[in-house]
Design a binder for this molecule. Structure first.
Ligand code: TXE
Length: 500
């Protein structure tokens, strides 16, 4: 049964209407067009926001530059900044229902998942609040008594953040609080499909005491809004999460003023299961790794690489356990998997499933579930997938896995690394030597052993190869938004003279 929407903060049938958020106020777009968002699980109109223009981006960047230069945020003490971030965290942890509902209405994801994601985002804000005070530089004192060198960490400047539709609040929480902790000001462009919670957050930040102009949101399409932000001369860093193809455009656009870029891109992540693994745990992990968030997960374990001796029992168990995954109404707390987020993504997944049918053996699934009333796709398992198959190479970003056999640990390492990506990986084994060797040899930003999508706020995440560069979360995230400045202090009475 669906939740009571009124009790969760947004009455059924209510259509939320937003403006941009610039310099502390809601503003309409200059240009006037709007984007309507329909719930992908039901087709219901749930919200609308402006289709921003270049002029809107320029206005928001101007506000962010002004707020950065007059020091209304970077000039506060770290403890004052930490207080504001802490207040946001408390709000996200205590008052998450309305945001969770909006997240599910706009993404189609299961409400049980959104109900985790908002407090989880709050935890990142909490960790970043600590980072505001922990950020520090360095000093050198080994040059004799008359000289000292200091290494300062200063905020990099106004930052642009471009986010995708799969985790609107979580991805924002991996970036925004760290940028604010460092003292930066920010312009965010959320996905055109899922901008609601980012705009709701603007109100929370205002109530928490963030000065006007420090956080700005311009909604709209990738081009022109994201493109303009990535090109803008007054933006000093762009943090982007999305596809590798768009990431490349962001890098090209950044050349306009040599801004720093932090990229979290796609993945074709290996999930390697050894014969000595706890089979129940491995099957459960493999299911979560492609069903969670309907597979729209950059870390999704989309290549399941299984030791040949347990292949048949693994696939049989996987098939049996998938019967227990409830798919359907995202607003029913019992639902595990909701709908696909948007039509282009839905069509992309179905196209890959058809390709897979020609390349490998279909174990289960294999199509859409239109009887559920929206963009639903069955969890789909392919086995005996050749290494050069399209479904073994390309990111599908949906509830589809390619199961691939291996014969030895070296074989498993070779297959795991046979990709242009390198975001995340999982290994399931009870042998410490196997775990250690895999952890050292797999090319990925994260290696999970006997667990999956285990992301406490303390630990950094990010990719290698075409999965991007830079890190989110942990102290590394806060450092991304700083520049190092060196100061050399010389006692003038003891200064060496050039001309004498
Ligand atoms: O992503 P885009 P799309 C992957 C996944 C998916 C594919 C396509 O494989 O199937 O990407 O999804 C903004 N300059 N991931 O097309 O285009 C866009 O408006 C600046 C993996 O939705 O990368 C949105 O806000 N910005 C991923 C954001 O970029 C531009 C999450 C991401 O959209 C732009 C999402 C431009 N020229 C998709 N064009 C992950 N790593 O988690 C678009 N955008």
């Amino acid at each position: 049964m669906s939740i009571d929407r009124t009790e969760w903060g947004v009455a059924e049938g209510y259509v939320r209407e937003y403006g941009h958020f610039i310099d502390g106020t809601d503003e309409p777009s200059i240009g006037g067009e709007r984007i309507e968002r329909h719930n992908p699980a039901s087709g219901e109109l749930v919200a609308s926001w402006p289709a921003g223009t270049i002029t809107d981006v320029d206005r928001a960047v101007k506000a962010a530059v002004r707020a950065f230069e007059d020091g209304r945020w970077s000039g506060l003490t770290a403890s004052q900044r930490s207080d504001v971030l802490g207040a946001v965290s408390r709000k996200l942890k205590s008052d998450w229902k309305r945001l969770a509902l909006i997240e599910s209405l706009e993404t189609g994801k299961a409400i049980s998942q959104s109900a985790d994601e908002i407090p989880w985002s709050g935890d990142m804000w909490d960790f970043a609040a600590g980072q505001a005070r922990a950020l520090h530089g360095d000093s050198y004192s080994g040059f004799g008594e008359s000289k000292l060198a200091l290494v300062l960490r200063e905020p990099i400047g106004p930052v642009g953040i471009i986010t995708p539709w799969n985790y609107p609040m979580v991805v924002l929480a991996q970036k925004l609080p760290y940028a604010l902790a460092a003292g930066c000001t920010v312009v965010v462009k959320p996905s055109e499909f899922t901008s609601g919670t980012t705009l709701e957050l603007a109100q929370i930040l205002r109530e928490a005491g963030l000065p006007d102009g420090v956080f700005n949101v311009v909604t709209g399409y990738g081009n022109p809004v994201g493109q303009r932000l990535a090109e803008h001369h007054d933006i000093r860093l762009v943090s982007f999460t999305g596809s590798t193809a768009t990431g490349r455009k962001v890098v090209e656009a950044s050349a306009s003023n040599m801004k720093k870029v932090v990229l979290e891109l796609g993945g074709k992540n290996p999930n390697v299961i050894f014969a000595d693994a706890d089979l129940d745990a491995a099957v459960d992990g493999a299911i979560k790794a492609f069903v969670y968030n309907s597979g729209a997960e950059c870390c999704s374990g989309s290549r399941v690489i299984v030791e040949r001796s347990i292949m048949d029992s693994f696939v049989a168990k996987l098939d049996e356990r998938l019967d227990t995954v409830s798919i359907g109404d995202p607003l029913d707390p019992a639902t595990k998997m909701g709908s696909i987020n948007n039509k282009p993504q839905y069509e992309k997944i179905l196209k890959y499933i058809e390709i897979g049918k020609d390349e490998a053996t279909l174990v289960r699934g294999g199509g859409a579930s239109p009887q559920l009333g929206g963009l639903f796709i069955e969890p789909t398992v392919f086995k005996d997938v050749p290494l050069d198959a399209t479904i073994a190479k390309e990111e599908i970003f949906g509830p589809v896995i390619a199961v691939i056999p291996f014969d030895s640990i070296d074989d498993a390492i070779h297959i795991a690394n046979d990709t242009e990506y390198g975001l995340a990986s999982s290994v399931w084994t009870s042998d410490l030597a196997t775990a250690t060797k895999m952890a050292r040899k797999v090319n990925a930003g994260v290696v999970w052993v006997n667990t999956f999508l285990d992301l406490p706020s303390e630990i950094p995440v990010g990719g290698v190869r075409q999965s991007g560069y830079g890190r989110e979360n942990g102290r590394y995230a806060a450092e991304e938004y700083t520049v190092v400045k060196t100061v050399v202090l010389q006692d003038p009475s003891a200064a060496p003279r050039y001309l004498v």
